[in-house]
Design a protein around this ligand. Structure first.
Ligand SMILES: *[C@@H]1O[C@H](CO)[C@@H](O)[C@H](O)[C@H]1NC(C)=O
Length: 606
């Protein structure tokens, strides 16, 4: 799992070294809520007045603009020329009855009420901090300490028609000092998707009426641009920003996480489109060209492995997934095609190659007791004989939405049914659990034959058994499997649980929302409402909403943890699935991987 090390120094007494995993998010077994060291009370906790983020730290290094050590000789320009027509994504929705509308709006208001509760908690107890700690009412600064939740929530405030709150938040932006942070490294990817993406999304959604948003996006991106100042112009994804600030050389890492390299393109492209400065697009186009040239030369052609040697531009890794650490690289292929108005074929070609490999190597049908025909994407080892592991994870739930959009814009109707089965897989897993919420990571009993996949109880028990015993012989694998099922609380079809937490993640509702906008199928709205009610019932705290420790437990323990994507993504998608379908239409906007909407070029413009 993708992990990063961060050092937090708190003014009073605490020096916390804390292994923070943002894809698997919490190290298994670490529960922040129980840790004494987290039970300090923020000195600002009761004070809603704004606090300059980095005011009382002395001798801080500040980043400032300076010439590049490895300047680009000639910028790769944005592709020009007329846009290519891109087929419609959204269903043509008809009118709804008075009763349907009343019910839909009631649900939508309920989502807004939940948002408002959490937003109030953030304002009162963690204002201008990255995240509110939802149990203790304290805060965490996990993303540079630049008010990540505030920036991430900006466009959600607009979408939910909370303009007073939005404008009050905007007033704070100039108090955030983006030139410095207590963290020794800046995660370029996280900073790009949350901050640059957050500013650009709010800017686009308000038709450019608030120029400060573009100014802030540019300010952050100009700083991040230094992470690209390496000899081969591949970014140093865990950027040693103080080295750059001091004019020292930095190098890209030999174990760069694929997603951190491959999913910067929407934000940097949009910034070049809006500012006219080609340098941002140039920076990501070099990455795209590299990924394009190497796509068929990895150990599993068509896919890129989990880590990349960005220094040598090679792929020694043989682990392949579309989940955590890789995910948004694939998600951004069709999205960048849309953002560029189809002016190049590059992303279409890369997506087509990738989806063929995903279909050929990763997708499998799950054996379900209720006969549901659902698909999941496993993980593979490449090189020689490909081996598939039937692992499912919440992070992978974005895939149904991505494949659905790809099916529409590239006119591949058979892929739409694959997309639907992927979405249904996540809904199935939610419905399967006693809490009605899917676990972070689990393992599924797979069918060899996608056509014929009947429930076979003995096969299930045997697989449960052999997952635990790793193939060691046993007298009675079925009986042993049965007892493991009882011990581990495995629902029919699950053969293991790797991580039973729910971290308030958005990927499932994201794909349910996209599939709803594509098909108009009301069943998806109903599934969303079930998911929403269960999540709210089990995560609500006095201050906001909290991650939970175990979705197998009907009364799971809450964790003192709420990432900014709860505001940026999860609640936004829940709200949008119950909105009028033209609010953030997928034919007008493309959403970055943090759910920030960027305006697509209109078909006529060139
Ligand atoms: C990779 O292979 C696919 C066919 O499997 C082909 O369509 C695509 O153009 C190839 N890509 C490159 C960069 O050669």
């Amino acid at each position: 799992m993708l992990c990063l090390r961060r050092t937090f120094v708190f003014p009073a007494t605490f020096l916390l070294v804390f292994l923070y995993c943002f894809y698997s998010s919490l190290p298994r077994g670490v529960e922040l809520g129980d840790d004494d060291s987290w039970e300090f009370v923020s000195e600002f906790a009761q004070d809603p007045a704004p606090v300059p983020v980095s005011q009382n730290v002395n001798n801080r290094i500040h980043w400032a603009k300076h010439p590049q050590i490895n300047p680009v000789q000639s910028f790769i320009p944005l592709p020009t020329g007329p846009t290519k027509p891109i087929p419609r994504v959204q269903h043509q929705f008809g009118s709804e009855s008075w009763f349907q509308k009343k019910e839909r709006v009631m649900k939508q208001n309920e989502v807004k009420r939940v948002f408002w509760h959490a937003w109030k908690g953030y304002k009162l107890h963690a204002w201008l901090r990255d995240e509110l700690s939802p149990l203790s009412g304290s805060y965490r600064d996990a993303f540079g300490g630049w008010a990540a939740s505030l920036v991430d929530a900006l466009d959600t405030l607009v979408i939910m028609d909370m303009y007073d709150e939005f404008e009050r938040a905007l007033e704070q932006l100039d108090r955030i000092d983006f030139t410095t942070t207590e963290a020794s490294e800046i995660n370029v990817f996280e900073t790009t998707i949350r901050y640059v993406g957050g500013f650009l999304g709010a800017y686009d959604l308000t038709d450019g009426k608030y120029p400060i948003l573009l100014r802030k996006a540019t300010e952050v991106a100009d700083m991040l641009y230094d992470a690209f100042d390496t000899p081969n112009r591949m970014p140093q994804s865990r950027w040693q920003w103080t080295r750059s600030a001091e004019g020292l050389v930095i190098l890209p890492a030999q174990n760069t996480i694929l997603a951190e390299l491959g999913s910067l393109n929407l934000e940097f492209t949009r910034l070049s489109q809006l500012t006219g400065d080609p340098k941002y697009f140039d920076a990501i186009q070099r990455i795209t060209d590299f990924l394009d040239e190497t796509q068929n030369a990895t150990k599993l052609p068509g896919l890129w492995p989990v880590t990349v040697d960005a220094l040598e531009k090679k792929f020694p890794d043989d682990r392949f997934t579309v989940g955590g650490m890789a995910d948004s690289t694939y998600e951004y292929l069709p999205k960048e095609h849309m953002l560029l108005g189809g002016r190049t074929d590059q992303y279409h070609k890369m997506y087509a190659t990738a989806i063929n490999a995903i279909r050929g190597h990763l997708l499998f049908r799950a054996m379900t007791k209720d006969g549901s025909d659902v698909l999941f994407a496993g993980d593979a080892r490449g090189g020689g004989r490909t081996r598939l592991e039937y692992q499912a994870e919440h992070l992978k739930c974005y895939l149904g939405g991505t494949v659905g959009v790809g099916a529409k814009i590239f006119e591949q109707p058979d892929e739409l049914s694959i997309a639907r089965k992927l979405v249904d897989g996540c809904i199935w897993a939610y419905d399967l659990m006693p809490t009605g919420i899917m676990p972070e990571i689990f393992y599924v009993s797979a069918c060899r034959d996608v056509e014929k996949c009947e429930w076979d109880e003995d096969k299930w028990y045997k697989e449960v058994h052999s997952r635990v015993t790793r193939g060691r012989p046993s007298e009675d694998p079925i009986a042993n499997g049965k007892s493991i099922v009882a011990e581990q609380g495995l629902q029919p079809g699950l053969i293991g649980i790797g991580d039973a937490q729910y971290l308030l993640r958005p990927e499932a509702i994201e794909s349910v929302f996209i599939m709803y906008r594509i098909t108009g199928d009301k069943k998806l709205q109903n599934a969303a409402w079930r998911m929403f009610q269960n999540i709210v019932r089990l995560t609500t705290t006095k201050y906001a909403n909290a991650a939970i420790s175990d979705v197998r437990n009907r009364e799971p323990r809450k964790l003192d943890y709420m990432e900014s994507f709860w505001f940026a993504e999860t609640l936004k998608y829940f709200y949008l699935i119950f909105s009028e379908p033209d609010l953030v239409s997928l034919d007008e906007y493309v959403l970055n991987t943090e759910a920030h909407p960027f305006k697509r070029p209109s078909p006529s413009s060139s």
